[in-house]
Design a protein around this ligand. Structure first.
Ligand code: KIV
Ligand code: ZN
Length: 509
């Protein structure tokens, strides 16, 4: 039985999803959860692109143990040196070098010929080898490259010292059977292929990312690159949870498994969704809300008689607990802390626990039953605050059918508390006008979404907004029993992200 390596790129390719920008603390939280999930490699960022990305890779490398930490570099010395610097504190660090190999990229993007790209690839791998012997080489747009040229590049970079060669379907163009054939071709034609791990990295433009990755595993790929919830550039990347559970569920068919602790999948999914503000579609395989919901009477009857009639996966295997109702008004701090630990928040400090507990107590006065989702929302709100520029001090709104909605808001702006009263077309509009005026920001609201976290009119309301300023798009999110307060907090959360991103402008490669 082969063990397939899981290379998680949620923090790099996943972050390239519009609006999914994460700050360093948020990346660290996700990296810790990825370590609990037992992924083999965390790609924590692209250090040359910004100071923020460099810091994130460095902090993950320095602080998250038991996992290899990788950073991405183009095939040039300055990028490679920056990755080497960022990952040097890791228990095990990897330099990931990328250069395109398809004629279309060579002609229009790189303006280089095949020989020049080959020479540059070899040079880059040799340069990186002075820092570590864990070098990954990616042939960008491999699936639209000439197969024999791809074989040559693979052979030469392995000779130069690459230990993993990645064959990305950068534009999500290939199909499962074809991609399997390409991997098989490389396995048969590259004489030194046994000296490296062949990796696959698929995008989901035609909806085949997971199928392409599993087809490649059958033909000998030893590493799969993927992201939590399948987030990523355009239509996203291969979803980690889908590949992992496919192998686990069809073990005999694949004769291959991973080291993933599948009981951490659900927590990882929730955390990534909350931090990025990207909701998981209800019918998403493995972790969507409906993945284990049986609506039809015939199915329900079958499930009650014998679960395996209609369920091929046990929800507990991916960490969905059976009893969702957990705490109430009379639960103490100990039970709360215990629950936090079960939910995967083992690394909270006492101050964060105390703050979350205070909010839990306040919520339990308003809401009879408190669910796991409520607790996760509270904690996420507390720990994603970070060193914010803007913070809500107080909010008062009047609205109704007979008067123009008005908001009075007190906001801490860079440490100074400011107050203003404004009107708007609705209560949220009034609040957003007030915040805009107090912060003096010029961002445009591109999207506003609201939903209840659990059922009932006393449920926590969750608001996600998307703001755009100077070509930068960020998402902000917050939850509160009062949907107007949640709206204000989500907006402020997004403004804080914009302010953070403004200090560290990404170059974009
Ligand atoms: O899609 C792609 O080609 C990439 C490479 C950097 C591996 O993300
Ligand atoms: Zn990619």
């Amino acid at each position: 039985m082969r063990t397939i390596k899981i290379f998680d790129t949620t923090l790099r390719d996943g972050e390239q999803c519009p609006g999914a920008t994460m700050n360093v603390e948020e990346k660290l939280q996700i990296a810790r959860q990825l370590a609990r999930l037992n992924v083999d490699i965390i790609e924590a960022g692209f250090p040359i692109t910004s100071i923020g990305d460099f810091e994130a890779v460095k902090r993950v490398a320095d602080e998250v143990k038991g996992v290899t930490v990788a950073g991405l570099a183009r095939a040039v010395d300055k990028d490679i040196d920056r990755v080497a610097e960022a990952v040097k504190g890791a228990e095990s660090g990897r330099i990931h070098i990328v250069i395109a190999t398809s004629d279309i990229h060579l002609k229009y993007k790189l303006k280089m010929d095949r020989e020049a790209v080959l020479a540059m690839s070899i040079r880059a791998v040799k340069h990186a080898r002075q820092y570590t012997d864990d070098i990954e080489f990616s042939a960008e747009d491999a699936t639209r490259s000439d197969w024999d040229y791809l074989c040559r590049v693979t052979e030469e970079v392995i000779k130069a010292g690459a230990t993993t060669v990645n064959i990305p379907d950068t534009v999500g163009y290939t199909l499962p059977y074809e991609y399997g054939e390409l991997i098989e071709y490389l396995m048969n034609k590259v004489p030194n292929v046994d000296k490296a791990v062949i990796s696959v990295h698929c995008h989901n433009d035609l909806g085949h990312a997971v199928a392409n990755s599993t087809a490649a595993i059958l033909k000998g790929a030893g590493q799969v690159e993927c992201t939590i919830n399948g987030i990523g550039e355009r239509a996203g990347n291969t979803a980690l949870e889908e590949v992992v559970m496919s192998l686990k569920t069809r073990l005999k068919y694949f004769d291959a498994d991973t080291r993933i602790n599948t009981r951490e999948i659900y927590k990882a999914s929730k955390l990534v969704s909350r931090i990025t503000g990207i909701a998981v579609q209800p019918n998403k395989a493995i972790i969507g809300d409906n993945a284990f919901a049986h609506e039809s009477g015939i199915h329900q009857d079958g499930i009650l008689k014998e679960r395996s009639t209609y369920e091929i996966l046990n929800p507990e295997e991916i960490g969905i607990s059976k009893s969702k109702l957990i705490l109430g008004k009379h639960s103490g701090r100990h039970a709360f802390k215990d629950r936090l630990s079960t939910l995967g928040y083992q690394s909270l400090n006492e101050d964060e626990i105390n703050k979350a507990f205070e909010r839990f107590k306040a919520l339990s006065d308003q809401k009879k039953h408190i669910f796991d989702e409520d607790i996760e929302a509270l904690v996420a709100d507390e720990i994603t605050k970070g060193s914010d520029l803007y913070a809500l001090s107080s909010l008062h709104v009047v609205t109704g059918t007979t008067q123009k909605p008005a908001a009075t808001i007190k906001l801490s702006v860079k440490g100074e508390v400011k107050e203003i009263q404004t009107v708007g077309d609705g209560p949220v509009d009034a609040v957003y006008n007030a915040i805009k005026e107090l912060t003096g920001t010029k961002s445009e609201l591109k999207k506003y979404e609201i939903k209840s976290i659990t059922g009932g009119t006393d449920a926590l309301g969750e608001v996600v907004v998307m703001l755009e300023e100077n070509d930068r798009v960020v998402r902000g999110g917050a939850s509160d029993p009062d949907i107007i307060v949640a709206s204000a907090k989500a907006y402020i959360n997004a403004l804080n992200k914009l302010a953070g991103a403004g200090r560290i402008v990404k170059k974009g490669v």
